[in-house]
Design a protein around this ligand. Structure first.
Ligand SMILES: Cc1ncc(COP(=O)(O)O)c(C=O)c1O
Length: 415
């Protein structure tokens, strides 16, 4: 094929994809949500790392600072609802992850909540009998979960068993106390089977702890429906809570009375202002609190959650799959053969809301993509990550990202 005829066929296919993107965007029921966010004319595909700012949030935070803090000062703990913010905002997140009210508390980082959940899980497991001395941990996990679980294991006298999520069932046994898994793998975007794995963990008599960082706000989780025991997640990705916004902890109602936090701070006391030397845990999700909440960050998150009003997570999931399907199709059509290999599963049942492409020249490629306004990120050494946040990413964005990727790959010589 001559250069000229190859270019012509490429142009034709690009035109077709652009037309399809325009039709898909026009028919997208979530398209109006994009207007709620502060975005520029680039393509933002890093919402799986840091969600975009909802436009109404700065004014709400301004009110928190100037009126609630500046004018009401200490009165705001009661009058502005500061004291009850962790459980109130937990109840806002609950429907997004399929949990009834009263089981989620917001606060601390995901890392800290992993610690609370893993230690508490081993304590719950020990109530059922002796001899459970193993904690199974996703071998491909985001590193913090592994580091924290290892420390929790040392503290509680357990042994860590690293296990690929695909092999969890075979690794479970009478010695398993707890299993810590990610619903969506941060590197590949692979979605693990939360219902089946939770059922397998329960069949082995163990406690299932799920990290929802890459799934909450991107797909239906169904915590209550699938009988998850404990879960944690961050709020700065698909929930758009802002940089460093607080994480959350889910404790299923059936475990709350026995939930024994390894960080029983005064905020989790049944009578925190009794200031007694003896600890008596509060009932319900409050038991997962530790110390004074980070109010400014927390109320920023609370305001940001307004963008979910009237939005169904099923609609978000449908768009997420359509977007990632379309992006993969555009990449296949535009990108020269062999330059990138998708490590994200094709099967919908195994895909989260990001596409990860292995590329030998990932570092210079991502640098150039960002220079041209297509913002994804890089997981060293060779993974290009593109996160698709259905609330503000459209099909034209997906087409443009693939097109710019192909252009950049034309410029960066294959190593
Ligand atoms: C799966 C997963 N778990 C945990 C974390 C870290 O959470 P934090 O920094 O809030 O402790 C991240 C951060 O991106 C993550 O992707």
């Amino acid at each position: 094929m001559s250069e000229t005829s190859r270019d012509t066929s490429r142009d034709t296919s690009r035109e077709t994809f652009r037309e399809r993107a325009a039709k898909l965007d026009a028919a997208d029921p979530l398209a109006p949500q994009r207007e709620l966010f502060a975005l520029d004319d680039g393509v933002y595909l890093d919402g799986n790392s840091l969600g975009a700012l909802p436009l109404h949030v700065p004014a709400r935070v301004q009110d928190v600072l100037t009126r609630q803090w500046g004018e009401l000062r200490i009165r705001s703990w009661g009058e502005s609802g500061w004291w009850t913010a962790p459980e109130r905002i937990g109840d806002r997140i609950a429907p997004l992850v399929g949990a009834a009210a009263g089981q989620i508390v917001v606060g601390d980082s995901t890392s800290v909540n992993v610690f609370k959940a893993v230690v508490a899980a081993t304590r719950l497991a020990s109530l059922a009998g002796e001899g459970r001395d193993e904690i199974l941990v996703d071998a491909t996990t985001f590193p913090t979960d592994g580091y924290i679980a290892a420390s929790a294991a040392r503290l509680t006298g357990h042994r860590i068993v690293p296990v690929d999520p695909a092999d969890v069932t075979g690794a479970l046994g009478p010695r398993t106390a707890a299993v810590l898994l990610n619903q969506v793998d941060f590197r590949t975007g692979r979605l693990h089977d939360l219902p089946a794995l939770t059922a397998a963990v329960h069949a082995a008599g163990a406690i299932a702890v799920w990290d929802l960082c890459h799934s909450a706000g991107a797909l239906p989780v169904g915590l209550d429906e699938h009988g998850v025991d404990l879960a944690v997640g961050c709020t700065y990705k698909y929930l758009n809570g802002g940089p460093g916004s607080p994480a959350y902890l889910y404790v299923a109602e059936r475990h709350q009375a026995a939930f024994d936090s390894p960080l029983p701070g005064w905020n989790s006391h049944a009578d925190p202002f009794g200031m007694t030397p003896d600890y008596a845990p509060a009932d319900g999700s409050v038991r997962g609190r530790v110390g004074t909440p980070d109010i400014v960050s927390m109320l920023t998150l609370e305001a940001a959650l307004d963008v979910w009003d009237g939005v169904s997570v099923d609609a978000v999931r449908a768009k997420s799959l359509a977007l990632t399907d379309f992006f993969l199709e555009c990449v296949e059509a535009y990108v020269p053969q062999g330059r990138v290999v998708s490590v994200t599963p094709v099967a919908h049942a195994e895909r989260g809301s990001q596409v990860a492409l292995r590329c030998a020249e990932a570092e210079p490629v991502m640098r150039r993509l960002i220079e041209r306004g297509v913002v994804g990120d890089l997981r060293r050494p060779d993974v290009l990550r593109f996160g698709f946040t259905p609330l503000y990413v459209g099909f034209a964005d997906a087409e443009r990202a693939a097109r710019v990727l192909a252009e950049v790959l034309d410029e960066v010589p294959a190593g």
